[in-house]
Design a protein around this ligand. Structure first.
Ligand code: PLP
Length: 381
């Protein structure tokens, strides 16, 4: 019996990645610049299709960090961030000596609640400090309520740094995620919908912002024959070798989105008669998720079993699964910072799970997953 590990989300090469990498070697562009970097940026701009400008960087975290710098965040400032996310959304706030202010999610998209956001802004202003930036996240590929969040942001004149690390290919009212923010961040880490083995991108709406991002990402060298600096720089540019992987991945992005969405359909179908389990899905047809990860929430009171029991049951069968993100306001390192909202994200963390979601899962893998789930939910095989 084949009992090899079934991963939550593992790299899935399309076939031409190595050709682009070989070209980098053949032409000796083994550097953080070169034709693959330019080509990958163009591919992303074409895909996002909103007259955006893309700067390829070494990680999504770097994109968020530079985004905050470009939006003028300084030590002592306050930055609002969705609490229900991965820590990379908010760590860069701390890199800059600014203070994170966390906001809960709403229960439809699991993303930043526009009402709690406004509460947070009003309270910060009443205390004498208007927040500098708002960081909403399209978690698990699900678009946040872009219109509502934008309306609140504009009402108070605060720019949006859109964390689109998990949402390449998702859309809201037909518009691609990654184009809603004043600046947006993408990630190509190994577990994301496409990967460069490690990488990210900063998306902006002007050539000037892109050029400034590239300038800062390459150590902020002034225009001089010697090394001269009037600003703090970073070493955040994507390597031409990694960008080659990205170019190959862009050829299969649409296909891989379809495959992720098929995994979501697989779980919808499996759980359709199990009333104690809710599969996370789009609230209505305005939202189109890439379903980067398929997630479920378990009503453990009714079921009589918990999400932890299911996770351990799957793990014993060598099937990876993971609790939903632990909200930032509940993290030991962040719990001292302000938080606005109720317990939507806390409840999701306690009762939710991410299930294997990769675009490379086989029919055999799906059969193994459904057989184990059937045993857990006591369905006759
Ligand atoms: C992956 C991820 C990031 C960070 O991207 P890296 O490329 O891993 O640095 C940021 N935010 C979210 C929501 C992510 O999932």
């Amino acid at each position: 019996m084949n009992n090899s590990k079934i991963w939550l989300s593992s790299p899935h090469m399309g076939g031409n990645e190595q050709q682009f990498v070989n070209e980098a070697f053949d032409t000796n562009w083994v550097a953080p610049l070169g034709p693959n970097v330019t080509g990958f940026e163009q591919d992303l701009e074409q895909f996002l299709n909103d007259e955006v400008c893309v700067a390829a960087l070494s990680s999504g975290t770097a994109a968020i960090h530079l985004g905050l710098v470009l939006l003028g965040v300084q030590a002592g400032d306050e930055v609002i961030c969705q609490s229900f996310t991965f820590s990379a959304s908010c760590n860069p706030i701390l890199y800059l000596g600014a203070t994170p202010v966390f906001v809960d999610s709403e229960s439809e998209t699991w993303n930043m609640c526009p009402i709690a956001l406004e509460e947070a802004i009003v309270d910060c202003i009443s205390k004498g400090k208007k927040p500098k930036v708002i960081i909403p996240v399209h978690l698990y590929g699900m678009p946040f309520k872009a219109e509502e969040i934008r309306a609140v942001a504009d009402k108070y004149g605060i720019p949006i740094l859109e964390d689109s690390a998990e949402a390449l290919g998702s859309t809201y009212k037909g518009r691609k995620c990654g184009t809603f923010g004043d600046i947006a961040a993408l990630s190509f880490n190994g577990n994301k919908i496409i990967t460069t083995s490690g990488g990210g991108a900063l998306v902006s709406h002007s050539k000037e912002v892109k050029e400034k991002a590239v300038f800062l990402a390459t150590q902020a060298r002034d225009n001089a024959p010697h090394y001269q600096h009037s600003e703090i720089g970073y070493n955040y540019r994507l390597s031409n070798v990694c960008a080659g992987i990205g170019r190959g991945q862009m050829e299969v992005l649409k296909k891989h989105i379809n495959l992720r969405r098929q995994m979501h359909e697989f779980y919808l179908d499996f759980f359709k008669d199990i009333s104690e389990v809710t599969v996370f899905q789009e609230p209505n047809s305005d939202f189109f998720s890439n379903h980067w990860l398929s997630c479920i929430v378990i009503d453990s009171n009714t079921l009589g079993k918990t999400s932890t029991e299911l996770r351990l049951f799957l793990e014993r069968e060598n099937i990876e699964c993971r609790p939903l993100w632990k909200p930032m306001h509940l993290q030991p390192i962040f719990e001292k910072y302000p938080y606005y909202g109720g317990n939507v994200s806390g409840h999701l963390f306690e009762n939710g799970l991410c299930l294997p979601s990769g675009s490379n899962l086989t029919e055999f893998d799906k059969k193994r997953i459904s057989d184990v789930l059937k045993r857990f939910f006591s369905i006759n095989l």
